[in-house]
Design a protein around this ligand. Sequence first.
Ligand code: NAD
Length: 492
Amino acid sequence: MTTLQTFEMLIDGEWRPSLSGRWFESVDPYTAQTWARLPRGDAADIDRAVQAAHAAFESGPWADMTPSDRGLLLYRLADLIEADAEHLADLEVRDNGKLMVEMLGQMRYLPRWFRYYGGLADKIEGVVTPIDKPGLLHYVTYEPLGVVAAITPWNSPLLLTVWKLAPALAAGNTVVVKPSEHASASMLALGRLFEKAGFPPGVLNVVTGFGPEVGEPLVAHALVARVAFTGGDAGGRAVYESAARGLKRVSLELGGKSPNIVFADADLDAAVRGVVSGIFAASGQTCMAGSRLLIESSIHDAFVERLVDFMRGARLGDPRSADTDVGPIATEAQFQKVLRYIDIARAEGAQCVLGGRRAEIQPGWFVEPTIFIGVTNSMRIAREEVFGPILSVLRFDGEDEAVAMANDTDYGLAAGVWTSSLARATRIPRRLKVGTVWINAYRVVSYLAPFGGVKASGIGRENGAAAIMEYLEAKSVFMGAPQIVVNPFTLR
Ligand code: NAD
């Protein structure tokens, strides 16, 4: 029996329960037991948090801080995260059941974001323009926007939040974070580190709870200037509509149905591992999952055989154990959804060559790594995001058909290409309608590399130097000695 841990949320530098006094629970997907209870916030908590963030933005120590000092605070936070990485990773594994080795890797990588954007904080230079108005000086400065709302999913809770926090704070904004109701604990622990680093109250606020009760009022709040959202289609569209009503700036990182394309000339051992990392790592619960394997007909049977052989050796089990390759599905609802898609694939006529059912590991929510062959691009299993360990295998003949199939999807997040042809590797990225292309690699991200989707996969880019500009607005200043305005009724 696990002891229930209680968490409070962070508003204006204070740790509190929700104003309503209500709570909700988080369940460990491996043990299927409740392990934590968290404040169930609502619009009243959001109002407090946004007001606090707004006040901290308008005046006080954060508003007066130089960009260099902001950068130093971010460095300090990075050091604290480094020292606390194991604790943060442990909280994430309890919440979402992903492998400890993966979450620990992510936690150890987080400091890079704070150091990178902390370093950028005092390198955003304005410009003096060669303005065409005699007697006037014109310059441009870049100013922070105000209160940023960050709304994030459960699959990589802190990593995806930090992609927003680091540039937003380096630019001088204040933030209200609404973490996933399935994985909030690590964000609250990160809030403690913000406190320890010396961030002034109100700069970071965290309100826990559900999408309709916390996320919606956050996006709709009149004092929120920008919304950075990562999550699914339905939530993303609702956020976009609400933000449009308030004329707010938005970035949306949504789902995908990414193709992993294997050509006959590929290094097949490397491609097998790449395909596995694309769909069976994290039990397929990643936005960038390579859930469609497009394979050149001439190697189809041999490649599928290798893939199935490789996966037969994969070990399912305790995500905290170093011997585990595949962990559970994060929530019961998601587990049921994955099983439903297996039924759908069968009903559509796809042929299951591996897995295809609940794994015999109780009481956790495990689905066997599953491979379907004979899939066509019109089947639901090839078009809809499952967010689970289900691979759809499709065949193609030649590069043109591969590209056409890869692009024939509502989504456009990422694509992998496996080939030893330099000419093809050079040519193909331009032809793929996605935000990220990996050639002979898969599932690689970096604070230096812009990430985001096209089409239904989203709007905007995170990471890379340009991302900080997403949290800044240009201000144009014309300056001169008092002048006689020759004709005040015309534009100068
Ligand atoms: P989700 O959309 O259900 O929830 C994401 C967050 O949005 C949660 O905090 C949720 O409470 C909140 N939310 C939901 N509806 C809302 C609304 N109407 N207004 C405001 N907030 C709302 O997604 P999820 O199930 O937590 O995560 C899985 C999805 O996230 C998948 O579709 C996956 O592809 C996507 N994802 C995308 C990326 C990316 O970078 N593109 C990364 C990870 C996950």
